[in-house]
Design a protein around this ligand. Structure first.
Ligand SMILES: [Zn+2]
Length: 141
């Protein structure tokens, strides 16, 4: 057995989603924003579904809150310890701007809906997978 198996499967990276998956190398979460109407869109797309404008990847704050979550106790992947939290996080930039991710650095029993979280990254191959952890006090206003 190999000791250093990447715990997460590298996503297929293409030109459209490359900023999203590799922005973590610079510590930033990149989300596509419309040049015309400024709406954020995820997953990345070619044009804005709202107005048809051009989408460009821009760094976001990386802060958000837990929209909903589930605690997984089944070891689907033997190298990922259970339990762990799969969550849908809503980014603070825009209501409804959500994506599915894992919560890390927290006790699964202490996660709650609305919990402030911030992005962190886990490198696997070429990708920097965006994960979320409880937000630090300093990010609160
Ligand atoms: Zn637009």
């Amino acid at each position: 057995m190999h000791d250093e198996l990447p715990p997460r499967i590298p996503p297929p990276i293409n030109d459209l989603n490359r900023p999203f998956w590799t922005g973590g190398a610079e510590g930033s979460l990149f989300i596509s924003q419309c040049r015309s109407c400024a709406r954020w869109t995820h997953p990345p797309d070619a044009v804005c579904s709202h107005c048809g404008g051009e989408l460009v990847p821009r760094p976001v704050s990386g802060r958000g809150s837990v929209f909903t979550f589930t605690i997984n106790r089944h070891p689907f992947n033997p190298v990922v310890p259970v339990p762990y939290v799969i969550a849908i996080v809503e980014l603070e930039e825009q209501a409804g701007l959500r994506f599915t991710t894992d919560l890390v650095d927290c006790d699964p029993e202490e996660v709650y809906i609305g919990m402030p979280v911030e992005v962190t990254f886990e490198q696997t191959g070429e990708a920097w997978v965006p994960l979320f952890r409880p937000a630090r006090e300093t990010s609160e206003l």
